[in-house]
Design a protein around this ligand. Structure first.
Ligand code: FAD
Length: 468
């Protein structure tokens, strides 16, 4: 068994960067309740069988991880947490990832680090391995295996504004697509409603529950979101954070576009700065806000891909030999994700895909490797870092929280031309960025195509030119 990672194992994952909160049916929440809220948030686009599996099995999956010694707590009904295991609040899932890595090392799982899977290898039976490029020395090898599981996460890096780590460039969607695996719901990209958009602060999410403590207004001082959340049937920003990220992101994006959306830190009392619940909603270090006694500009940022590779409950894709789990898959979330469901998803379907792949390949040949043609370093062509920035800006403008047919057509034309641009790789880091370009382009294209085809707004997909 072999685990391949673009960087050091576990770092640069959304799991490590996450808030470390899992939603699951337990502690008084029934599977039926979990199913109902998730299906409602997902606008019924969710795969009912995958969702039923999640709601019925997440609790047992968490227990299985605990039986391996992974430290998981259950702070309130329907919520599990690993935050207490993290050294830094900003990477509240890092302790969890470290514990999983330790379990894998104890089980002697082979680790191949600093290597990008750039191609899936095929034989007559289906997928039989992957080409890997170790970007540090620039060496390639073909790794043959009886089963390949994609657990490559999302593609936040196609956007100028995202809280995803730098390596989440959509490679898994592109790899699956390249061998004909089915993708679904690629238009449903979740934008986290409240992200810092102020020069003094990093581009990062703040918890929408912040608006329960401080006013969020438009440029004229109107508190536009809290009132809307009440009308939609939610008691607070904190509830909206779990169940109404879609509508809240659109409301903040439109206000930000029409003159600005601001959280009023000048109204924070000295007592508020002592309130742990308030401090948690800042997500980043409260010290960053020192001296910011003024309105702070906010706007949404890309957070999560709801769609992805189509799987069954065992993690099979539509191509034999290829399995998938986690954010790279679609179906559980439908048109909008409930907060906390992604971590429950990766645990539940990660276990299922892994166990199935092992059972189905028990008598097969195991791993072997061949050398493969290595990439060449070259100083010719465009900087991949600058190309990425150009693509991110264009996708933010056209495929971001507010979409039109005109913008989406523009995105597709841009991507068709962009694919032919020569890319330079004059150093290891440029090679890594160059290797990531196909994933960015292909994922952006599939998402733009799906967004163009869905002419009506639904869930996290908002078409401002929807006349109905
Ligand atoms: C800031 C933030 C906070 C969040 N908070 C929560 C939360 O509290 N609760 C919740 O449920 N969800 C949360 N989410 C969402 C959740 O964290 C992710 O959906 C989930 O962790 C994804 O896990 P994954 O295993 O699918 O992918 P990841 O954990 O992202 O791991 C993917 C790995 O694949 C590697 N990879 C990608 N392509 C290749 C390639 N070609 N070759 C080799 N390696 C490759 C990447 O480098 C990375 O190491 C949050 C997300 C973010 C960004």
């Amino acid at each position: 068994m072999c685990l391949v990672s673009k960087t050091q194992i576990g770092l640069n994952t959304a799991t490590a960067y996450s808030g470390g909160i899992f939603s699951y049916a337990g502690g008084g929440v029934t599977p039926e309740e979990h199913y109902t809220v998730t299906m409602k948030a997902g606008c019924g686009v969710n795969d009912p069988v995958l969702l039923k599996t999640l709601t019925e099995e997440a609790a047992a999956s968490l227990d299985e991880l605990r039986s391996w010694g992974v430290d998981i707590r259950f702070p309130r009904p329907g919520k599990a947490s690993v935050r207490h295991t993290a050294k830094y609040a900003l990477m509240a899932g890092a302790g969890f990832v470290e514990q999983l890595e330790a379990v894998a090392r104890e089980q002697c799982v082979k680790m191949v680090e600093f290597s990008v899977a750039t191609k899936l290898l095929r034989n007559n039976a289906g997928v039989c391995g992957a080409r890997l490029v170790n970007w540090k020395p620039g060496k390639s090898l073909d790794l043959f295996a009886d089963a390949v599981i994609l657990a490559t996460g999302g593609a936040g890096q196609i956007f100028a504004r995202t809280d995803n780590p730098a390596r989440l460039t959509g490679d898994g969607y592109a790899l699956a697509y390249s061998v004909g695996a089915e993708l679904r719901d690629m238009e449903f990209i979740q934008f986290y409603p409240l992200g810092w958009d102020d020069q003094a602060l990093p581009v990062w999410m703040g918890d929408l529950g912040l608006i329960d403590f401080l006013p969020l207004t438009d440029a004229d001082g109107n508190e536009f979101l809290l009132q809307k959340l009440h009308e939609w049937g939610f008691k607070s920003g904190s509830e909206g954070n779990l169940y109404a990220r879609d509508r809240s992101a659109v409301a903040i994006a439109q206000t930000a576009h029409d003159g600005g959306a601001f959280v009023h830190f000048e109204k924070a009392s000295p007592e508020l700065w002592q309130d742990k619940r308030f401090l948690r909603t800042l997500v980043i270090d409260p010290a960053r806000f020192q001296g910011l006694n003024r309105p702070v500009r906010v706007s949404p940022l890309e957070h999560y891909f709801c769609g992805g590779v189509t799987i069954d409950t065992y993690g099979h894709t539509s191509v034999p030999g290829l399995y998938a789990c986690g954010e790279v898959t679609g179906g559980v979330d439908g048109a909008n994700r409930v907060g906390g469901n992604a971590l429950a998803n990766i645990v539940t379907f990660g276990l299922r895909a892994g166990k199935t792949a092992v059972q189905e390949t028990q008598r097969a040949s195991g791993l072997h490797e061949n050398s493969a043609p290595s990439p060449t370093f070259s100083a010719e062509g465009n900087s991949p870092v600058q190309l990425r920035r150009t693509l991110q800006n264009k996708m933010w403008e056209t495929l971001g929280p507010i979409r039109t047919a005109k913008g989406l057509n523009e995105a597709l034309t841009f991507l068709a031309e962009f694919i032919n641009k020569p890319i330079r790789a004059s150093s290891s880091t440029e090679l890594l960025a160059a290797l990531e370009m196909p994933g960015l382009i292909s994922t952006a294209r599939e998402s733009a195509k799906a967004a163009l085809a869905r002419t009506h707004s639904l869930g996290v997909h908002f078409r401002v030119d929807d006349n109905n």
